[in-house]
Design a protein around this ligand. Structure first.
Ligand SMILES: Nc1nc2c(ncn2[C@@H]2O[C@H](COP(=O)(O)OP(=O)(O)OP(=O)(O)O)[C@@H](O)[C@H]2O)c(=O)[nH]1
Length: 194
């Protein structure tokens, strides 16, 4: 199976460790490792990556096409996860400005995909307004063509990561007049990773 690299960015507290821990728990753990985590008192998603780092275990998870390795220092990974807190539009603005300057300076340059993940959607009760308020900040940037996607998720609940959320009608019906791929809200995080 192919191996690909992922780099994770986001403001403090956006949910970087929780997202990766959640992906590792949902699609990266063998029974033996699950038992090792339990034995060491690791029950929260956010504690998995720090535990792996202490133990020298490279964090990774599986998607359909590849094994994804999470790397800290890599300016040209295959995929970048750019996390934004859906409950904090102010932080989203700062975050979008930081993304714009990193793209302009090419200090972050994903080879295949840039996934802007609007996280903590559960806390907004999957509000379309909350999502659009954050997404708008990022749509205003000149994002790399055909590589960038804006995806609402909940890392703690795993929603829209492996399967689509139920009972969120606006996710199935994109806004009228918008047909570009980055607005294809009926694709989950894993669908887009491929
Ligand atoms: N309700 C909810 N809480 C979340 C979600 N994702 C993260 N959190 C919470 O947000 C807080 C910060 O999450 P972390 O994963 O530690 O965030 P981080 O980006 O790694 O934080 P730093 O290392 O400080 O930059 C924790 O209390 C998480 O439980 C989510 O999808 N929903």
């Amino acid at each position: 199976m192919a191996s690909k690299s992922i780099n994770v960015h986001g403001e403090n507290g956006a949910g970087k460790k929780t997202l990766i821990g959640s992906l590792i728990f949902r699609c990266g753990l063998e029974m033996q490792m699950l038992e090792q985590l339990k034995r060491n008192g690791i029950h929260q998603y956010a504690d998995v990556v720090p535990y792996f780092e202490r133990e020298g275990i490279p964090p990774s998870f599986y998607a359909k096409s590849a094994k994804f390795l999470v790397e800290r220092e890599n300016q040209t990974p295959d995929v970048v996860f750019w996390l934004v807190d859906a409950t904090d539009p102010g932080a989203a603005k700062t975050s979008s400005q930081r993304l714009a300057s990193m793209l302009a300076a090419a200090t972050m340059n994903p080879k295949e995909k840039l996934l802007i993940l609007v996280n903590k959607m559960d806390l907004t009760k999957w509000s379309e307004d909350a999502f659009q308020q954050v997404a708008r900040q990022f749509r205003a940037l000149s994002l790399p063509k055909d590589k960038a996607f804006i995806i609402p998720v909940s890392s703690t609940e795993g929603t829209n990561m492996l399967s689509s959320p139920q009972d969120v009608p606006w996710m199935q019906t994109p806004p009228a007049g918008r047909s570009d791929e980055s607005e294809d809200l009926d694709q989950t995080l894993m669908d887009i990773l491929g």
